[in-house]
Ligand binder design. Sequence first.
Ligand SMILES: Cc1cc2nc3c(=O)[nH]c(=O)nc-3n(C[C@H](O)[C@H](O)[C@H](O)COP(=O)(O)OP(=O)(O)OC[C@H]3O[C@@H](n4cnc5c(N)ncnc54)[C@H](O)[C@@H]3O)c2cc1C
Length: 585
Amino acid sequence: MSAATTPNTLGTYDVVIVGAGSAGCVLANRLSANPRVSVLLLEAGRDFAPGKEPSTLLDSYPRSYGQREFFWNDLHAQVRAGEAPRPFEQARVIGGGSSVMGMAALRGLPADYDDWARAGASGWSWRDVLPYFLRIERDLDYAGPLHGSDGPVTIRRHLAAQWPPFSAAAAAALRQRGFADVDDMNGDFRDGIAAMPMSNLPDRRVSAATAYLDARVRARPNLRIVSSAQVGRVLIDERNVTGVELTVDGVSHEVATRRVIVAAGAIHSPALLMRSGVGDACALRMLGIEVQADLPGVGRNLLNHPMVSVATHLKRSARQPAALRPGFSNCLRYSSELANCPSGDMFMALLNKTSWHALGSAMGGVGVSVYKSFSQGSVTLESAAPQASPKVAFNLLSDERDRVRLRNGLRFALDILADPVVSAHLNGACVPTQGKLIRALNQPTFVNAVKARVLSASLDSHRALRKRAIAYIGIDAALLRSDDALLDAVSFERAVPVGHVAGTCRLGAADDRFAVVDAHCRVHGVGGLSVVDASIMPTIVTGNTNIPVIMLAEKAADQMTASPDSFQSSNIRRTTRVEPHLFHS
Ligand SMILES: Cc1cc2nc3c(=O)[nH]c(=O)nc-3n(C[C@H](O)[C@H](O)[C@H](O)COP(=O)(O)OP(=O)(O)OC[C@H]3O[C@@H](n4cnc5c(N)ncnc54)[C@H](O)[C@@H]3O)c2cc1C
């Protein structure tokens, strides 16, 4: 191993991992387990040593939401065709999305992975990926062949007896409509009401950083983590990786390496590949970027789950006890039964609390999402400059099936809220339209805490004020329920893309023109370059994406350590010397 530092170089490493997010933390841990492999992990955001994480990151209620210091603040996305781009949140901090996300810990459905395998991702069927789902988890509630008990990521649930009043009432209304209780959403894949699996402990988040980069792993002499390190380009010479260019706190550096794993997430990974000359050749030439590999699939197939939410003002008796930190306890998986849509394609999250402050404890909500969505967007570059943000367009709800299912989903949510079993717990409900105001109040400051307390107390004691406030922050649920045209428009206009971005460097065979990586996550046509993160998903999983990303990083790490050829692209002549000892422990 050689990691000597000279001015403006961070040295030479066997492997450089770009991005310490959900995937990057797993890879850094697993690859550096072999003391003969030197690993450099580069993260654009801040690092926090174990035990020094701020409470806004650690809280098992995601107080991380909207915290500018943990996000890419220049990033914007066009949600629907023709709209102006608006801010879109992607994590920029150690642990990436796993450090800021809501902590729902779903695996997706077995059919998702069988579809991947059928689409050319050989070796990624449910049967193939299940061992990695087992490896990552320490499930506190379930054991047996579908669960792991000693992995780094703790998974737990609030058992039905703990569900707070609004969540429990919604479950009762769903039962009346014929939905069954499903004990274990990660092992029983039928439709039904279930406790939400969460990757946390009662009082703290379990992120990829806390799970995979603990003090023991960080103490390995062959692992170096550099934060505030933004990689501008992967250096490629004659179709082989030679290093990376980056800035650390604004100062330029280079690192020499023959192996780069890009794990910068589904927005920034394709952008980095394109800046490095890997992408659609015509588009790259137009920006003056020298083409290293013509891969038109880079940045295409941007996938996400569209969601629409209804906010509810809860009667005092329906609020959850302060000791129960997470905002959700239970959820519903159901089938739209729309033609050409698979079963279990819809998801309803029930929230008994929607922010950290007093008003947030008085507000519940229902979030309905299309979890097997078909609309596709893109990530492209407008400039070759390393610091320039990529151009993101979601085309949300552009597939008619997504639009119809979300509209029907919103109607279903409104029906549940109008059920007497549920409405008995509510003072009112609306589809919020004042997102900016709500986000501003979300910032965890002393002033906001005071404002929220005063607001909450006023709403509790003045019925007329409450009515006016609900009318001000959104569109009244009862009105929406009675007007089909309005419901149709609102379900389209108020739908948002969530944090589950995927698909922009998808897995697939070499003869698939739009595939970017092969089944071993190696970029087609470039030696020594791999992509391992949410971008490699060929289709979006029917579940939240963090646990599937951790799974796929575990599998990729396993493949890399098992085979000395694991970084050698499958469709170029082999010119890079690969030292076999490096990846055999
Ligand atoms: C607000 C929010 C809520 C979410 N809620 C949930 C949830 O409840 N449950 C769930 O399962 N999933 C959730 N997700 C999704 C989940 O967090 C992601 O799917 C997952 O973290 C993606 O992992 P990744 O490794 O692909 O990318 P990330 O975790 O995003 O990691 C990419 C990392 O690369 C770094 N990076 C990017 N470019 C560069 C560069 N050029 N140089 C150096 N570093 C770079 C980034 O700063 C980032 O840290 C949520 C996401 C968000 C944003």
